[in-house]
Ligand binder design. Sequence first.
Ligand code: UN1
Length: 510
Amino acid sequence: STTVSSVIGTGAHEAATGSGTGEYLSRNPARLDDVVARVELGGADALHAAAKAARTAQREWAQVPAPVRGRVVAELGRLVEANKESLARLVTREIGKPYAEALGEVQEIVDTCDFFLGEGRRLYGQTVPSEMPDKQLFTFRVPVGVAAVITAGNFPVAVPSWYLVPALLCGNAVVWKPAEYAAAAARAVAELAWRAGVPRGVLNLVYADGDATYAGLETALRDGLVDKVGFTGSSAVGSRIGELCGRYAQSPCLELGGKNPMVVAADADLDLAVEGALFSGWGTAGQRCTSLGNLIVHRDVHDEFVSRLDRALRDAVIGDPAQEVLYGPLLDQKFADGFEAVLDTIADHHRVLGSEFVGRIRGDAPRAGFLGDPEAGLFYHPVLLDGLRPEDHVFAQETFGPIVGVSTFDSLDEAIELGDAPGYGLSAAVYTTDPATAFRFRQGTRAGMVSVNNSTSGAEAHLPFGGNGRSGNGSRQSGIWVLDQFTRWQSLNWDFSGKLQKAQMDVATV
Ligand code: UN1
């Protein structure tokens, strides 16, 4: 294992010593005795010191022409691609994501770099007509300044890249606080960015626990050192960060939880729907913000669909994420504890399907066809709960584990209402062979991302990504849409008439 200190990238490390909250061991969740990294966690001053260093470095970075910054982004994409397998292996080892998915995740940062390379030659502004003669109006996109980026570890490479790549391309400096349980993956991404030509003070890596991060962010905001906060994680933490930013009149970019519904209409291709449900509900062990939460199935096909899904779950291969499995372990102990708490909410009125046992996979609760040693890691049986009611915990809350509930519906309006009922609004899918049903569903749901005959997860890197309700504050990442997070519009009002022309007062009429 490697040892990682609390602030990397700048001289800020020296300024922030002695107040940390100790050492954190990032463990392989499939083999808990394998320590991937030892991380020194910084105190509140770590984030503050890094933000100060970023503030200084940003001025020079903003002077670098955007097309040249685009070349740096392109080089990052090239380096990631050249190290794709080793980065994916590290992701698999550190967070237990199946290798095929880890490769896909690494591809996502490459795609993001591809997109933003070109944006370096665009970053378009506008020319705007004036009310008065001999006067020109323009708009420019200018960098926000310093962005503090705080990310979860379920996508330790792709999701941070959605902030880092556009933020850097737009001329900002970044202070990145990754999840400590994905410390080594974060370190690897940052190293590649520095190697690609991002100056060290322009990208700063900080390790700290939740309390130190919050306290450090507060002082950095108070001292005017942070201009934008990007956060991907739970809705509860996102609300806290939103409140904190609001106190300093900043609007963060918040990408939060989801309780993503999949509606299976009576005319759906049921095999396709089973495949989609399996991948988005239990794939990644249900640990995507876009994971399927609630299956909402038409009464006429309910029994057939549930029995096919139950069979598919019993046949699914679970285990060692380095092999071909549907899913591996949960991310770390904290997530395993959270999932156990979810399992405690299973009630008598639920029909429990999908597996012979509920809970940890172990010697006295084995799983047929398991790959590897279940006792070595945080492996859980898949759960399919039938007969869900809107007041059930599993229906209303994000669970971040391999569990999905089933409810039934009769009319499409009812299905849309059930889908939106938990109050999130990230991703939603409908399986139907009728285009009118698909369009009506798209129109009716509050979800920010809608899929027809495809799973709730698997967004592409150049479509707007984000949600509504408890899933976020309306911000969107990816593609051109994220530019509004990392640039602000500046207008230019240029008068070459040689006299004072007063807007609204000296306007000619025809
Ligand atoms: C997340 O879980 O935070 O659409 C993001 C998807 C992935 C990203 C998930 N491309 O599932």
